[in-house]
Design a protein around this ligand. Structure first.
Ligand code: NAD
Length: 358
């Protein structure tokens, strides 16, 4: 298995292979870029079919984190880690502690957070061995209570803010009253986004592969349930993907009737060219890593001293970032995903002053 020759090993700084026969840990940590600060990104546990798949995943994901954090104006670089194994059957305290020791050995160049297959509880076990984990501290809520380190509420709020910016640009109104929104995936982020939209007066259509998730949105928010197949072609104003990656592709783009795509899912475009395909159809696409950056912003503030007001202001800033992407897309006649990449690269390739704390 080649590393330097891997097509996804483009400009990574460091890739670490972690092997601990005593606990069965096999993991890869990829640090893409640390120009703006320590590389922060999730630690995923997944039963990869091959080591090549694991390497490809961690290289792509770590690169994506550099772009996301830079565009969000954070003093963070991009990194990610993957543990090869089944999170339901292979996860043990010894394995998690071992991962913690590998994190510690990197001296803070990489900081791990929760991801698919790992939980806040798992990160807390790793934290027994290292301080280089994030997203585990309870935070004050608006109501004065405490919530877990889970960044989903901030991701959902940031997505709501970005969706408003997209609606303002694409439909010419920032009033969400009566706006028709189709949400694919009504889980941690999707449901909270639905709550914000419902409070703002929007009408909702929802789909999920789990009936109970859909039922909650129907019962609590008055949403209309549709099947996972129907969600793409609905006569709505906004399509909000909040489930899987790759949902904007050759099959779904021609079916879309929404004028705006704005949702939280990562890697929504099956391929980069699909950004152009959306543009050609006159559909305004809010780039995924720009609109869903609320989670990384939340985690960053946890590390630099949690301050709810400053966090809120930073999340509100997603509006301006999304609007700037749309403005540049119009003047430069480029798809929004290409503009977002360029803006991120301008921020992490050229050393510029990074705002304090964030
Ligand atoms: P989640 O697992 O809580 O919710 C995803 C939901 O999508 C689940 O209810 C699942 O059943 C549903 N789903 C899966 N396949 C589906 C399909 N084909 N059709 C309809 N529904 C389907 O995950 P989440 O934390 O809400 O994250 C949602 C998306 O947002 C993911 O792509 C994630 O990578 C991205 N994201 C999440 C965060 C965060 O803070 N949680 C941050 C950034 C990006």
């Amino acid at each position: 298995m080649g590393v330097f020759t891997n097509k996804d090993f483009l400009d990574h700084e460091q890739v670490v292979f972690c092997n601990d026969p005593a606990t069965g840990l096999k993991a890869i940590i990829a640090i893409h870029n640390t120009n703006r600060g320590a590389a922060l990104g999730g630690c995923r546990m997944w039963p990869y079919i091959s080591e090549r798949d694991a390497l490809q995943d961690v290289l792509r994901l770590s690169r994506g984190m550099t772009y996301k954090s830079a565009l969000a104006g954070l003093g963070l670089g991009g990194g990610k880690s993957v543990i090869i194994g089944n999170p339901r059957s292979d996860k043990t305290e010894g394995l998690l502690r071992s991962m913690g020791r590998f994190l510690e050995s990197l001296g803070g160049r990489y900081i791990a957070a929760e991801d698919s297959g790992t939980s806040v509880a798992d990160l807390k076990v790793m934290a027994e061995e290292t301080c280089h984990v994030a997203g585990i501290v309870e935070k004050e809520t608006e109501g004065g209570g405490l919530r877990s380190g889970d960044p989903s509420p901030s991701t959902a709020y940031g997505t709501f803010v970005g969706l408003r910016a997209a609606v303002s640009q694409g439909l010419g109104s920032s009033d969400l009253e009566g706006l028709k929104v189709a949400i694919q995936g009504i889980g941690n982020v999707g449901y909270r986004l639905a709550e914000h939209l419902s409070q703002a007066g929007a009408k909702l259509w929802v789909s999920d592969i789990y009936e109970d998730q859909v039922r909650r949105a129907v019962d609590q928010l008055g949403a209309t349930a549709v099947t996972p197949e129907e969600i793409f072609g609905l006569d709505v104003d906004v399509f909000a993907p909040c489930a899987l990656g790759g949902v904007l592709n050759d099959q779904t783009i021609p079916a879309l009737r929404a004028k705006v795509v704005a949702g939280a899912a990562n890697n929504q475009l099956a391929e980069e060219r699909h950004g152009l395909a959306l543009m050609k159809r006159g559909i305004l696409y809010a780039p995924d890593y720009a609109i869903n950056s609320g989670g990384i912003i939340d985690v960053c503030y946890e590390r630099t001293g949690f301050d709810r007001q400053r966090l809120s202001r930073h999340l509100e800033g997603i509006h301006d970032t999304i609007s700037e992407i749309f403005d540049r897309s119009k003047t430069e006649l480029l798809p929004t995903n290409v503009v977002a990449d360029r803006m991120a690269e301008e921020r992490f390739l050229s050393p510029s002053p990074i705002p304090s704390a964030a």
